[in-house]
Write a protein that binds this ligand. Structure first.
Ligand code: 2AM
Length: 174
């Protein structure tokens, strides 16, 4: 029988080692002008759907639901650094959201809704948080990052440990 332990989980794109390294380079460059807290390299990711604190049965349901999503391989050009003043986050994003990314997120979210799994349904703004508590932001000339996305993942978030995130399950493109 399943217990009622809750875990904080979310679906995300999880970068490969080379993409992660390039994102960490962006982070370090931007840190010089913006300050703030660096996200550890191994924690860098892009959230697709945030479930937050979830009961075990919802995590299990989400895993079953995600099986119905067929991920496609796609190229994702990360070419824009940006800053949100309201939460002091410096992030990496794109000028052109690939259709495949919008479709993947929409498919995943639709499937979760059908399965009765709750998540934060705020509109999707693809971003990779690089720095938190950043004082301000200065545009930097950074080399674009060509991320070949091959999978999405369900990730567990734990506070007070490093790395903070643990990939529970991955769904790869064929
Ligand atoms: P952030 O980096 O913009 O804070 C783990 O916390 C991941 O889930 C982070 O990518 C975080 O985005 C995102 N996240 C946290 N709370 C969220 C929420 N309420 N809705 C959507 N995404 C959220």
């Amino acid at each position: 029988m399943q217990g009622d332990a809750r875990q904080r989980v979310f679906f995300a794109l999880w970068p490969d080692a080379s993409t992660r390294k390039q994102l960490a380079y962006w982070r370090d460059r931007l840190h010089r002008s913006s300050g703030g807290r660096k996200i550890p390299e191994e924690d860098l990711h892009l959230t697709l759907a945030f479930m937050g604190d979830s009961a075990e049965r919802d995590v299990a349901r989400a895993i079953v639901a995600a099986e119905e999503v067929t991920p496609r391989r796609f190229d994702f050009l990360i070419d824009v650094p940006a800053y949100w003043k309201h939460n002091r986050i410096v992030w990496a994003g794109t000028q052109a959201i690939p259709d495949a990314l919008s479709e993947l997120t929409a498919d995943l979210r639709r499937t979760l809704v059908r399965a009765g799994v709750r998540f934060d349904a705020k509109p999707f703004v693809p971003h990779i948080t690089l720095l938190r508590d950043a004082a301000d932001f200065h545009m930097a000339d950074l080399p674009p990052i060509d991320w070949c996305v091959e999978c999405f993942a369900l990730v567990h978030s734990q506070s007070g440990v490093r790395p903070r995130y643990r990939v529970l399950r991955k769904w790869a493109a064929n």
